[in-house]
Design a protein around this ligand. Structure first.
Ligand code: ATP
Length: 371
């Protein structure tokens, strides 16, 4: 069943189009993440869903109910903001109870629901305190508890974790998933952080310049990005992009440029044959570069890139290595390995094998994927 349906939503501020034709639908218990860089229109989209911002054009439906022109308080929405919106003069209990009381919920129900929600988010021992006596993480859990006690049709989150440190953010993600699973309602979650999007979203909508570029599961976006923007935005470290030209050499498709001459495997070659002679960008994810003796394929001159190691960054699971090509116009690129690269490689030139079965090809002009 479709729970939320947004059709061709547009928002103009003067002559600026902040949201430029956004459409999507969600399942009735789906958590959809809107992710994109600052200014791409995520918050404006969310505010239109909440009714806090009138639409310029387009429609919004909750189930069968058109709500485009319905007042915010009549939309049945629970929303968690970045700044938690806690009232400093009220106790934790009163803060959590606020939404219930403003809806004239019976006292007995408030007394039952508030401690129950507080228990879920581990702040039930703090109910008599004022927010200033709490940590950022605890304040954030007040906002989650407040959503928990409400029975809303739609749950909206606007960067609720950006004021928390990395450790707390992980716990809070779990809390948000707990809330979502308990409620089983459509949820829209806005963030600029792609790793948060990957961790939380059933599906993710990647936005840029007021438009949804692609919507899909994290895996779909990572493995089959529709354009260069999505490929670059999803994944850390970001995908490496090389400006090249495609050529048909005796029936084989070869990508050349940046000092590379790469013979594409048939699986990719036959799909890009119509683009022979065209300028492209070749995308290689950092984990698809391999030290030759550890590569899961034969490393030959047809799939090798040479680079000078400039930085070796040990990580929990291996290392991230920054390199520069040795061409006249050197280009930086990044590789990630599951093993620690010894420091003795610093400033040395190394060959790395490119897993050509896994590369992405984009039209240099439009950025659209050719695969
Ligand atoms: P961020 O992650 O920085 O919050 P965002 O993707 O949520 O960014 P929006 O806040 O939706 O982006 O803003 C989209 C564009 O609309 C921006 O260029 C912003 O400056 C502009 N904008 C947002 N609100 C208004 C407003 N009330 N008046 C004029 N322009 C606005």
């Amino acid at each position: 069943m479709t729970a939320i349906a947004v059709d061709n939503l547009v928002k103009e501020f003067g002559d600026k189009r902040a949201v430029n034709g956004v459409s999507f639908t969600t399942g009735d218990a789906e958590l959809l993440v809107l992710v994109g860089p600052s200014g791409c229109g995520k918050t404006t989209t969310l505010r239109m869903l909440a009714g806090l911002e009138p639409v310029s054009s387009g429609t919004i439906r909750f189930g069968d109910r058109p709500v485009t022109d319905v007042r915010p308080r009549d939309r049945s929405i629970a929303m968690v903001f970045q700044d938690y919106a806690v009232f400093p003069h009220l106790t934790v209990f009163e803060n959590i109870a606020y939404g219930l009381r403003s809806r004239r919920t019976p006292r007995a129900e408030v007394k039952e629901k508030v401690p129950e929600a507080a228990r879920t988010f581990r702040i039930d021992h703090l109910l008599d305190r004022k927010p200033r006596q709490l940590s950022g993480g605890e304040r954030q859990r007040i906002a989650l508890s407040r959503s928990m006690v409400r029975d809303a049709e739609l749950y909206l989150y606007d960067e609720p974790l950006s004021n928390l440190d990395a450790q707390l953010r992980h716990t809070a993600r779990e809390d948000i998933l707990t809330l979502h699973r308990r409620k089983e309602r459509p949820t829209i979650y806005v963030t600029h952080d792609q790793s948060e999007a990957m961790a939380l979203g059933d599906r993710i909508a990647v936005m840029d310049a007021g438009r949804i570029q692609q919507i899909g599961t994290g895996e779909e976006l990572y493995e089959r990005p529709v354009n260069r923007f999505v490929a670059f935005f999803i994944g850390t470290p970001s995908i490496n992009l090389f400006e090249m030209e495609l050529q048909d050499v005796d029936g084989d498709m070869v990508a050349s440029g940046c000092g590379l001459e790469l013979r594409l495997p048939d699986s990719i070659g036959h799909r890009v044959r119509p683009y022979a002679g065209r300028k492209i960008e070749l995308g290689v994810r950092p984990e698809h570069l391999h030290v030759p003796r550890m590569a899961p394929f034969d490393v030959t001159e047809d799939n090798t890139i040479h680079g000078v190691v400039t930085v070796i960054e040990p990580s929990a699971t291996g290392s991230t290595v920054y390199l520069t090509t040795t061409e006249d116009e050197p280009q930086d690129f990044t590789a990630t390995f599951k093993v620690r690269m010894p420091a003795s490689y610093l400033d040395k030139e190394v060959p790395l094998g490119i897993d050509l079965e896994k590369v992405h090809l984009f039209d240099a002009e439009t950025g659209d994927s050719l695969l």
